[in-house]
Ligand binder design. Structure first.
Ligand code: CDP
Ligand code: MG
Length: 700
């Protein structure tokens, strides 16, 4: 047990008043500095006050790591084993039971639960936590819960109106939240913070965006700090798993070469305990982050943005801020969502700095210059709903009976073109029809916690009886990268050699088949973990892939039993069958060879893309004509990853769908105001266009 005691947290003085305020109101906004005890303590107060007697106390988190670690902590405090009274549920990992009263979960999980039970009968209290993060799912939940309470006629009957909704946020935008929720009361937990001295180290200027630059600089600053400053732990903010692993490698290397591929426990370098912290880390390692370091040792946590507000690590006195974050953004140039490294906002930078001033005065070292701050960093972070694809949530809303997805109560409205783009994609996947109604396929699709394209491919595979090819691929694409990429040069070469061998052994030049082959070979081997070590594959990631595959298979089995599942037949080789299934999901991600090694996308954007060097098809561009791809990475170039060669014939009939829908028709679909005449007119227009296309093709 660490020295920290929950009775001394700022929130503890307000226990009674908080419980009273929640009992007295349908909605309550609770705000307080990060680390004041909101997430870990408030659900326990409600539990103690008996609010868990008639239903669960559900607490949502935008991040899965936060849901898991907090549940661990709280079960420990309550004195039960995890999954009993206190449990958690995140995508593909349910650690809760019938007896669970306090349930931490991701916001995405609660959204799925609403699909199955729109009136949330299981719950007496729902706490939306970390609302200031403005994650897409939390924003949608806010709108749904607002509708439920203010317009109960729209929700299913039988719900007692006693559901309590608590919205927790770290200081930002509470007035706006309260107004949105019918001017509900705001409870502020007073807290004390200490001054944090901020230094601009000017190692990064407005032009430095290459990740190798900032990784090197944060390492340098952290080591200087370790040798030059008094006691106190260090928290380094970086962007993602690979940069964090690289930085940790470099920190270790400074003293001695340590192979930490399989074991990162307890490596201290000259009194420095280096701990990585990122989303997909195994939970036992995450727990270590919260333990105080041994006497005389300084802890240095190298984390993603998760440590900015979701998780509070005690003892942090120094911050090293890279100034960057990895963010999912809709890229209108490519027409796709892309995970990009971008400068953080100024408000985010202040939040990061604040982590050093919780218990005593601290210091924050920003590796960038004042000029970078002024020129490159926006004032605030744009909410996710305004910058990413809305396809999955729009489908969810439609399945929940929210037809007018434009006039849904959004805290901040997404741009209409994003809503239209989502409808377009759903229409292209046959998830909704021309009138904007969910199709039979759409109802099947919403059951899978996967991106729509992948779900469509999987369902196609299932109806053709070849789900055994598609399920492992869907699972492999749902876990972190399985290929180990070591930081050190010589090891990197070893790893690459092994990976190339795997590609050759898979007997095909197609990244999806490589994933399938790795999955099957690893599962069939006598000792899968040894197999992974020999081939530089993350065993942990493989284990989750096996688990995810089982879960997806269960969903599919259930659907096959419940519905009259559409079945088709196909004559042809397995390889063709497999690739045709992929085409039916990914036909929007299709590209054709252009000049040299480049490809041109065919979705109307006509972007020029390159095959990523990690692909089995890299260097073989000359032999390719048409390809489909899973995702896109933008650095100095636009790269496509997980690529599969296809034949034009296979997508020919699908492609017209990409150009069928124009914005006018969609905006009326979005509002559900389509008349019969409009549908007829639309169909006629389309038939004419198709005919024109066909004659043009014949002329060629
Ligand atoms: O939600 P809020 O930011 O207000 O605070 P919290 O997450 O409830 O954290 C309260 C305290 O619990 C902090 O001192 C954390 O360091 C500690 N904590 C912990 O030791 N282990 C965890 N897994 C989570 C929180
Ligand atoms: Mg919290």
């Amino acid at each position: 047990m660490d020295s920290w005691d929950s009775r001394h947290l700022p929130i503890s003085l307000h226990q009674e008043k908080l419980v009273h305020a929640i009992k007295a109101n349908a909605f309550l906004v609770v705000t307080g500095e990060t680390g004041s005890g909101k997430t870990t303590q408030l659900p326990q107060y409600l539990y103690q006050a008996g609010l868990g007697k008639n239903g669960k106390i559900g607490v949502t988190q935008p991040r899965r790591v936060a849901a898991i670690t907090v549940a661990q902590r709280v079960s420990h405090e309550v004195g039960c084993s995890l999954g009993k009274e206190v449990g958690y549920q995140v995508r593909f990992d349910d650690c809760s039971s019938e007896n669970t009263v306090i349930k931490y979960m991701t916001d995405g999980c609660l959204l799925r639960e609403i699909l199955a039970d729109p009136s949330l009968r299981q719950y007496s209290v729902v706490i939306l936590d970390e609302v200031h993060e403005r994650s897409l799912n939390t924003d949608i939940l806010l709108g749904l819960l607002k509708r439920k309470v203010f317009h109960p006629q729209g929700s299913s009957p039988g719900r007692s109106t006693s559901l309590k909704v608590v919205v927790m946020s770290a200081t930002l935008e509470t007035a706006k939240l309260s107004e949105f929720l019918g001017h509900c009361p705001v409870f502020t937990i007073p807290g004390r913070t200490f001054p944090v001295a901020e230094t601009f180290c000017s190692l990064i200027g407005p032009k430095d965006t290459d990740s190798s630059v900032y990784v090197k600089e944060v390492v340098k600053v952290a080591l200087d700090l370790h040798t030059g400053e008094m006691t106190g732990d260090i928290l380094v903010f970086l962007t993602g798993q690979s940069e964090i692993e690289k930085a940790c490698d470099m920190l270790y290397e400074k003293a001695e070469a340590i192979d930490y591929r399989y074991d990162v426990h307890d490596h201290s370098v000259e009194g420095l305990l280096i701990l990585p912290l990122y989303g997909s880390m195994p939970t036992d390692q995450q727990r270590q982050i919260f333990q105080p370091p041994p006497k005389g040792v300084r802890k240095c946590v190298v984390a993603t943005n998760i440590a900015a507000t979701s998780l509070t690590i005690n003892g942090i006195r120094y911050i090293v801020d890279s100034g960057f974050v990895k963010q999912l953004n809709h890229n209108s140039r490519v027409g796709l969502d892309i995970l990009e490294v971008v400068p953080i906002s100024k408000s985010e930078a202040q939040q990061r700095a604040g982590r050093a001033g919780r218990t005593t005065a601290g210091k924050c070292f920003r590796i960038y210059s004042k000029e970078f701050w002024e020129k490159c960093m926006p004032e605030y972070t744009v909410p996710e709903i305004q910058r990413t694809s809305l396809t999955s949530v729009i489908l969810t809303l439609k399945c929940l009976g929210v037809h007018d997805v434009i006039r849904f109560p959004y805290l901040d409205c997404p741009e209409e073109r994003f809503i239209l783009a989502a409808l377009k994609q759903l229409y292209q996947c046959d998830a909704i029809d021309r009138r904007g109604h969910v199709t039979r396929l759409g109802k099947l699709m919403v059951e899978f916690p996967l991106p729509p394209g992948l779900t469509r491919a999987l369902l196609k595979g299932a109806s053709l009886g070849c789900e055994d090819l598609l399920l492992p691929v869907a699972a492999m694409l749902s876990v972190e990268n399985i290929f180990i990429r070591p930081g050190q040069q010589d090891k990197q070469q070893d790893a690459e050699r092994e990976h190339r061998k795997l590609i050759t052994k898979s007997g095909s030049c197609n990244d999806f088949t490589v994933l399938l082959s790795v999955f099957e070979k690893c599962r069939a081997s006598d000792s899968p973990s040894t197999w992974c070590r020999d081939h530089w594959i993350h065993w942990r990631a493989m284990k989750s892939a096996f688990n995810v595959e089982t879960q997806l298979r269960e969903i599919l089995l259930r659907l096959k039993k419940q519905n009259d599942f559409p079945m088709e037949t196909f004559d042809g080789s397995r390889s063709e069958l497999f690739r045709r299934c992929l085409c039916s999901g990914y036909f929007a991600n299709v590209a054709r060879r252009a000049v040299g090694r480049t490809f041109c996308t065919m979705d109307g954007h006509g972007s020029v893309v390159h095959i990523h060097p990690s692909s089995a098809l890299f260097d073989q561009e000359a032999e390719l004509d048409w390809i489909i791809f899973h995702d896109v990475l933008v650095t100095s170039r636009v790269y496509v990853r997980t690529v599969c060669p296809i034949r034009y014939d296979w997508v020919k009939d699908l492609l017209p769908k990409l150009h069928e829908v124009d914005a006018y028709e969609l905006s009326s679909v979005a509002r559900e105001e389509v008349t019969d005449e409009e549908v007829t007119r639309w169909e006629a227009k389309e038939a004419a266009k198709r005919q024109a296309d066909e004659s043009a093709e014949e002329a060629l």
